[in-house]
Design a protein around this ligand. Structure first.
Ligand SMILES: *[C@@H]1O[C@H](CO)[C@@H](O)[C@H](O)[C@H]1NC(C)=O
Length: 151
């Protein structure tokens, strides 16, 4: 009986994991960077609920950009404020919480690598999983953006 309960919970868990995998899809970082028009590192300053029907359950964030790895002109065009002290640009990004994206959650004060695209509404939108900032990720992201194929 004890065994059976364990077996059942195992089956339940693995089917839940499968459902999760079916919903979100992570392509290779190379493909994802190619798809994204904008790749930046930045810090989340504010998080707010997105109340538009098309974005039900999602939220948007104000992000202070640290470095632009790709898409400088798009960022300049969409930056709505420049921090007068540090000269960092601020952008609004929506699409957080999108179930099609595996790593889709941010919290205030997180500093991450974001892969973005201009959405249908003209705002920047999260295009694929958020990456933690590590030396490996940064080097790789830069290399891929530059088109040099090391790794
Ligand atoms: C990412 O951008 C591509 C190209 O614009 C688009 O086709 C795709 O739907 C976007 N993905 C998400 C999750 O918004």
């Amino acid at each position: 009986m004890f065994f059976l309960v364990h077996l059942l919970s195992f089956l339940l868990l693995s089917s839940m994991v499968q459902i999760c995998h079916a919903v979100c899809l992570d392509r290779s970082l190379e493909e994802r960077e190619e798809m994204a028009n904008v790749v930046v590192t930045g810090t989340v300053k504010k998080v707010m609920l997105d109340d538009r029907d098309s974005n039900r359950g999602m939220y948007k964030s104000e992000i202070e950009i640290k470095r632009v790895l790709k898409g400088e002109n798009v960022v300049n065009q969409l930056a709505n404020f420049i921090d007068p002290v540090r000269q960092h640009k601020m952008v609004m990004v929506d699409g957080f919480g999108d179930p099609h994206i595996c790593e889709n959650e941010v919290h205030v004060a997180d500093t991450k690598i974001f892969l973005l695209n201009k959405g249908y509404n003209g705002e920047l939108r999260l295009n694929s999983s958020i990456l933690p900032i590590t030396v490996v990720n940064l080097n790789y992201a830069e290399a891929v953006v530059k088109g040099s194929n090391h790794c």
